[in-house]
Write a protein that binds this ligand. Structure first.
Ligand code: URA
Length: 247
């Protein structure tokens, strides 16, 4: 048995599931959107509200994910970009129905420039794999795009600084469903606090006039510390899967 299958079966066992018999999710929706760079570089303009020394870029003219990534790669986020190796933008399939939004990159993500590839990302992959979602079935990013010094929790200032990028990111991807991974992600996008009582409860996330259904899920790093909560996470994942199957 290969190690991926073994780890999936381990996950089922920890969930209390005896027979891993989850039918495949529907194929991903095919959307046609250009992923090419914007022709002209965008000028930085208005000052950011939270950090006067950091200048917020003009994002309204951005039409593609590549252009957004470009702007972020060239953006001086002050202490955030000074401390990190690089911007951690996204991974997965931008055409997928599901957008996964986590908190902030860790060490591995900072090195490789991709979200959710360290230990909690590996657990997240197994959790999504348990409802038959592979990397092609979701698109992942974070509310904060730079690794934070000493992996501290994001402050409201960190979240506010990255928020215009996140909003633009969601606007460009236009997911059918959002998975809010962890309490910080949930409260940043919904204003709702308390992941213990709100996990698995559908919320609305409204960006630029569009409302997306969003499911808060325990953060995998939290589940690593509190494995007894995996049963609840499994229930939430099944609710998510039901929703995806209706699309
Ligand atoms: N890695 C990420 O990219 N995001 C998280 O929230 C945790 C780990």
């Amino acid at each position: 048995m290969d190690s991926a299958l073994r780890s999936l079966l381990d996950w089922y066992a920890q969930m209390g599931v005896d027979v891993p018999n989850v039918p495949a999710a529907r194929p991903v929706r095919v959307k046609k959107r250009p992923l090419v760079k914007a022709a002209s570089p965008l000028a930085a303009s208005s000052p950011a509200a939270e950090k006067p020394s950091v200048v917020a870029p003009e994002l309204s003219k951005i039409r593609t994910l590549d252009a957004l990534k470009d702007v972020m790669n060239n953006y001086d986020a002050g202490a955030l970009s000074d401390a990190a190796r690089q911007v951690v933008f996204a991974r997965g399939n931008p055409e997928a129905n599901l957008m996964v939004i986590g908190e902030a990159p860790g060490r591995e993500e900072d090195i490789q420039g991709k979200p959710f590839i360290g230990p909690s990302g590996q657990l997240l992959d197994r959790m999504l794999g348990a409802i038959a979602l592979g990397e092609d079935d979701f698109y992942a990013t974070n509310i904060v795009n730079w690794r934070l010094p000493k992996d501290r929790n994001p402050t409201p200032q960190d979240v506010a600084l990255c928020r215009p990028f996140l909003e633009k990111h969601i606007e460009l991807v236009q997911p059918k469903v959002i998975l809010l991974v962890g309490g910080a992600s949930m409260s940043a996008l919904t204003g709702v606090t308390g992941i213990m009582k709100n996990h698995g409860q559908w919320q609305d996330v409204t960006i630029s006039g569009t409302t997306y259904p969003a499911m808060p899920l325990y953060h995998p790093a939290f589940l690593i510390r509190r494995p007894e909560l995996k049963k609840d996470a499994w229930r939430d994942l099944l609710t998510l899967r039901e929703k995806l199957l209706t699309l």
